[in-house]
Structures are given as structure tokens and as C-alpha cells.
Write a new protein. Structure first.
Length: 250
């Protein structure tokens, strides 16, 4: 029988890990090809949320040769108009949030779980401006949402919308939940959410731990199209209207 490591062993392993990471950071610069970027001219690591592989168009089985062991499976999601890939994570730096220039990792902040930045798709405010998600009124949107961590759980929410369907814990073969406002996704976890967009506007992607928005965790879903004012008008039930008329006659 294998025994789990006791508390003292866990602390010892953590100490070795911290020392190893610190040594690697202190070891100095690495020689990278120019095309990989440098501190003076870093590469733009932000990728559009639409940067996904195209859907499989075939409708019949086919044999695909790859360098991995594969199994034949049946794939249970309905088609949507747009699919986006969004991840959440944290960045631990010695410099405070908003500092310019080259930043260095802080092992102390990492171990204390005190990040300076919260990010979508690898950078602060990465899903805003020209990189905002876009769609039109009446369209359906699916977001594949994952949490890189390394430490923080996300309460993912889109301000102004309700998720019509939620595939929890990235399980695409189980029955989805319906009509959910906020989902919980742990570090290393994922989910998929579907929404139909009824009115135009700028919908804000956030972690419902809203103070994280001030440290970079904000995205936009910009929806264009005609406004539908009738969705915001309340209708008086016919029976109630009849009662009011009878009361006035009395």
C-alpha cells in the first residue's frame, strides 16, 4: 500500500520547488532568436478569441492518422453562430499593477497567492478594444471557458446576459444546465456556455469577484443590430385590466 506524503514531506517538497524556481529566475537571461521577441521588443502574445480550428465539415466516419493513441467517439453540442475561446489566469510580479517595461516574476507573491494581474487570454484587458468579441442580435454564441490558474477559482459571468446552457466541468456528454447567471470554474478546469443575444450593446465578461476587474480582468462582447424596445415593456394582464375598468365604472 502506498502512503500519502505527510505534512512534513509536503512542506519539504514545496521548499525545494520554491528554491528551484528562484534559482531559475536568478540564473539570468536566455538566448532566444530575434523573431521570438526580446525585453526591448516583446511579441504581442494576445490572440483573437476567434482563433480556433475550423469545424469538421464531414458527415461520415473517417480514419485520421496522428502520432497519438486515439479512440473513436461521438461528439453531443448543437451548432451556434459563433464560438470563442477564453481563458482566465493570474500573473505574479514584483512590480505593482500597471508598471511599464520588463516585469519580473515574484515567487513570494506566487506562494502567498497574491497576484498583481488577473488576465483573460494571457494579458490584462486582452479582450477589449480591437480584440473584443463581436456578434449580432439574434445570433447564438458559445464560449469555451478555461482557468489556467495557477491558484484562483473563477466565478465567470457576462454582465447583461444569462447563459442559456452550461456544460459543467467541460463535460460535453452530460445534460447541460439551463438559465444560469454565473458559473464556478476551478484552476485547471473548464466549461462551455451558450447564449442567444436578444438586444444590442456591450456585454462585459468578468469574474464575479469584481475587484479583479481593476487588475485587468475585463472583456467585451460587442453586439450590433436593431434595438428591441418591446422586450423591456411590461404588459398588463387582461384580467387585471378588466378589474381596473370595472372598478372605474363603480
Amino acid at each position: 500500500m502506498r502512503r500519502s506524503p505527510g505534512p512534513s514531506n509536503a512542506i519539504w517538497v514545496l521548499a525545494i520547488l520554491a528554491a528551484t524556481v528562484t534559482s531559475a529566475i536568478a540564473a539570468g537571461s536566455h538566448d532566444h532568436p530575434t523573431e521570438n521577441g526580446s525585453a526591448e521588443a516583446p511579441l504581442d502574445v494576445v490572440r483573437p478569441a476567434r482563433d480556433l480550428a475550423p469545424p469538421i465539415a464531414r458527415t461520415e466516419p473517417a480514419t485520421v492518422a496522428v502520432k497519438l493513441d486515439t479512440v473513436e467517439v461521438t461528439g453531443g453540442l448543437p451548432p451556434v453562430d459563433h464560438e470563442f475561446y477564453v481563458t482566465q489566469g493570474e500573473v505574479y510580479t514584483s512590480q505593482p499593477y500597471g508598471s511599464k517595461g520588463k516585469l519580473t516574476e515574484s515567487v513570494e507573491r506566487l506562494l502567498d497567492e497574491e497576484p498583481e494581474y488577473y488576465v483573460f487570454n494571457g494579458a490584462a484587458n486582452a479582450l477589449a478594444g480591437d480584440n473584443a468579441l463581436t456578434a449580432k442580435v439574434g445570433e447564438t454564441v458559445r464560449i469555451y471557458f478555461g482557468v489556467d490558474g495557477p491558484n484562483k477559482t473563477s466565478s465567470f459571468h457576462v454582465i447583461g446576459e444569462i447563459f442559456d446552457k452550461v456544460y459543467q466541468l467541460a463535460s460535453l456528454t452530460t445534460e447541460p444546465l439551463s438559465d444560469v447567471q454565473t458559473i464556478t470554474v476551478p484552476p485547471g478546469g473548464a466549461a462551455a456556455v451558450d447564449m442567444k443575444l436578444d438586444v444590442p450593446g456591450e456585454y462585459v465578461l468578468v469574474d464575479h469577484a469584481l475587484s479583479r476587474a481593476a487588475r485587468g480582468l475585463v472583456g467585451k462582447l460587442v453586439v450590433s443590430g436593431e434595438n428591441r424596445a418591446e422586450l423591456f415593456q411590461s404588459a398588463t394582464p387582461a384580467t387585471a385590466e378588466g378589474e381596473h375598468s370595472a372598478h372605474r365604472l363603480d
